[in-house]
Design a protein around this ligand. Structure first.
Ligand SMILES: [Ca+2]
Length: 153
């Protein structure tokens, strides 16, 4: 029969094992998303990349991540390149160039963007707002690149 202290030692070892396994597991679940933006006419100011993970939050303020990117810092030739680390899963991106520098996407009275924008998969609006299902992509263990072309509507 095991003594109490032996049992405690076993329990502790098991706990350490579980915890170390979990941390390894957590690292494996982070994916690398490279975002490449073309079509910018300015080499200063910022672009914002909003990351969404569901249809119900798509294009709302409830993004998973709202990444501000300094164009001058991220410029590589004609492209703005940046790298995002995200848990593995399905995402859609909305990117805009903050022309007036207020940190927000300027829209007109019916909600149409008045600053240059791009969506992942280069999804476009057809009869109404752009759809999450057109912009969604899967981020797995292998790094992926989303190349988007920013345009004024
Ligand atoms: Ca703005």
């Amino acid at each position: 029969m095991m003594s109490w202290s032996m049992r405690a030692a076993f329990a502790l070892q098991f706990l350490v094992l579980v915890l170390s396994f979990q941390s390894v597991h957590a690292e494996e679940l982070t994916g690398i998303l490279m975002v490449e933006i073309s079509g910018l006419k300015d080499s200063s100011g910022n672009v914002y990349i909003a990351v969404y993970d569901s249809d119900s939050t798509w294009l709302s303020d409830e993004m998973v991540l709202n990444q501000k990117v300094d164009i001058a810092d991220a410029l590589d030739g004609d492209l703005v390149r940046t790298e995002l680390l995200l848990p593995l899963g399905d995402y859609a991106l909305s990117v805009f160039y903050d022309q007036d520098g207020d940190g927000e996407l300027k829209t007109n009275f019916i909600g149409m963007p008045k600053e240059p924008i791009a969506l992942s998969n280069n999804a476009v609006a057809k009869f109404g707002p752009p759809k999450y299902s057109d912009a969604v992509f899967s981020l797995g263990a292998q790094p992926i690149i989303q190349s988007v072309s920013i345009k004024a509507l």
